[in-house]
Design a protein around this ligand. Sequence first.
Ligand code: KIV
Length: 271
Amino acid sequence: MSSHKSIAKITTEQLRKMKDSGEKIAALTAYDFIMASLLDDCGIDVILVGDSASTVFAGNDTTLPMTMDQMVYHTQVVSKAVKRALVVADMPFMSYQVSLEDAIRNAGRFMKEGYAEAIKMEGGSEFTPVVKRIVEIGIPVMGHLGLTPQSIHKFGTYRTRGVSAGEAQKIVKDAKALESAGAFAIVLEKIPSALARKVSNSLQIPTIGIGAGPHCDGQILVSHDMLGLYEKFQPRFVRRYATMAQSMREAFSNYTVDVKKKRFPNSKESY
Ligand code: KIV
């Protein structure tokens, strides 16, 4: 969506080169224009329009309620702001699980209506035929393994994945299968760092970790978490770089008091 052609866009190919050269990939989430502009100004490589919008933006308990229409809207407003970062849109629950046709149509909507440059979907080898077909028609796909929040009711908990030998083996196998199907990168969520290192070393494509330790080729966090804007829950893997909720509360309280005490607006703020 950028009109500033002079700024070199980050591409999936560049992310692969960053892996090869050992340069770490920095990724964060955005769901709105302002957040996306700020992220892009600061040189973030990948902006994910995550279905985490369901919890940290829309106030739901899980990511399941997010719809395609809502995700397309978030993706549109993010894409409008971004000049450099790669914009990746997250396929919401039930947008790719019912049929291949549905998956292709919905992935296409993100590109046509949301101006996304890639899509992300949760799941392993069970979805590789879908990944393969979407990549074949020209839409880059980012995989997502380990803790996959859309499957919360299958597991009943957000515990670390890949701790047992069986689960770890499946993650390694799934990562290979996604790479073979044409995925350009894979998010590894909440798995032991030794397993994330093994997966990262076994792939040509970059891994982007969230709660997966330092050996991934890149890192992603939910912006609302790292800004201290979403305070309901702080997983151990989240480093808070700001205390935004506290700053906003202070600002809103000061404004309220100023209005009540007739200190706002003053003469300079009036016409
Ligand atoms: O929805 C999201 O924000 C995500 C990240 C946590 C990777 O999937």
